[in-house]
Design a protein around this ligand. Structure first.
Ligand code: PMV
Length: 352
């Protein structure tokens, strides 16, 4: 990044992606969720974002002065970030006086088909809130500002709200979850059973094609979805059930809910008006093979899916060797390093 003599401040945050266990699908108002969701915060799939703040002399010029993604100018990302920043100037008026040089890199391959908006928007939100504090001459403490950071991340991308809390994020108000809110995510407020310590997420990259239907379009289709009401009710019930399972150490119940949620998400897509499908034959092959093996081997490994064809395998790290052996036998192509992201549940963002 070119250093500007007038630069006021520069900072870098690394923020992870997350994988939803109970899915957010459908929104209203200003990026508010139609149902609560819960996720594992990841560790190795992250975005590292540097923001250089300089004064802006003319309010007609864009806030985003430059946007480099993986070292290259990216106009499409610059436009998306500009729209986002313009939308939040009512909440962050200091942006009206500034221009930003933003530079962002992902730890995972760019074309991997992993949703990067959660890590990217949360890393940016961290830079914005810390930037505001420090330009005011105030200190910055993530713990004190975590709700606000999560809220700005949410305004950029709903699921990003959960990436700033760890190891488990809950976003969306739920009567059984103290402190839960539609505006920001909180970390799991109960005692987590030790059987949920140290879980892995092996992300099997089935396709690197750009998705035919974006998440935003998918959320919109929930507005007149024939099953919307039932779905939102089911998600609330699943939040209740999964949080109980995670306190009691009921791994079987946890896995059943996680898989139901993944297939429901894709079922909703297939039943949207108009209908769309992001699953690929490869996705189904992996799921069938996993279920067959799990019945015989009795290993607690469960699949989940994002809004795309990639398969996330979730399992306790104590079972990592057996999962690897199964993959060697059944999915040898996934042992090539560029087709799998070996991730695990992590501890949230870090200042670089
Ligand atoms: O944050 P968005 O708008 O990209 O939506 C994400 C939706 C899912 O990834 C499918 C589910 C979730 O809760 O993360």
């Amino acid at each position: 990044m070119e250093v500007d003599n007038e630069a006021l401040l520069e900072m870098t945050w690394r923020s992870p992606s997350n994988i939803a266990l109970v899915k957010y699908w459908g929104k209203h108002g200003r990026q508010l969720p139609s149902n609560p969701s819960i996720s594992f915060t990841l560790s190795r799939a992250f975005t590292e974002t540097t923001v250089l703040f300089t004064p802006r002399r003319d309010s007609a010029t864009p806030i985003v002065k430059s946007f480099l993604f993986e070292g290259k100018t990216n106009q499409a990302f610059a436009r998306r970030i500009e729209t986002f920043l313009q939308q939040i100037t009512d909440k962050l008026p200091f942006l009206q006086q500034l221009q930003l040089d933003i530079s962002s890199v992902n730890s995972f391959p760019h074309s991997a088909g992993i949703a990067s908006s959660a890590s990217a928007m949360s890393a940016l939100a961290l830079c914005l809130v810390e930037g505001r504090q420090r330009l005011k001459g105030d200190s910055f403490d993530l713990e004190d500002t975590i709700n606000e950071v999560s809220e700005f991340a949410r305004l950029g991308s709903g699921s990003a709200s959960r990436s700033v809390v760890a190891p488990i994020g809950i976003w969306g108000a739920h009567p059984d979850i103290p402190g839960s809110s539609d505006r920001y995510a909180i970390s799991f407020p109960f005692e987590l059973h030790s059987s949920f310590d140290n879980w892995k997420d092996s992300i099997l990259l089935v396709s690197d094609e750009v998705k035919a239907v974006s998440s935003s379009a998918g959320h919109q289709l929930m507005k007149n979805h024939p099953f919307a009401r039932t779905r939102f009710k089911q998600a609330r019930a699943n939040i209740r059930r999964i949080t109980v399972a995670m306190q009691q150490g009921d791994i079987g119940a946890f896995g059943t809910i996680v898989e139901e949620e993944a297939l429901t998400l894709h079922g909703l897509m297939m039943n949207s008006r108009p209908s769309f499908m992001l699953l690929l034959p490869e996705t189904v092959r992996i799921i069938q093979s996993l279920r067959r093996w799990r019945r015989q081997a009795d290993v607690p490994v469960y699949f989940t899916l994002d809004a795309g064809p990639n398969v996330h395998l979730l399992y306790p790290s104590t079972h990592a060797d057996r999962v690897l052996q199964w993959m060697e036998k059944e999915l040898p192509e996934y042992l090539q390093s560029d087709k799998i992201v070996r991730d695990e549940v992590g501890m949230g963002p870090v200042k670089v």
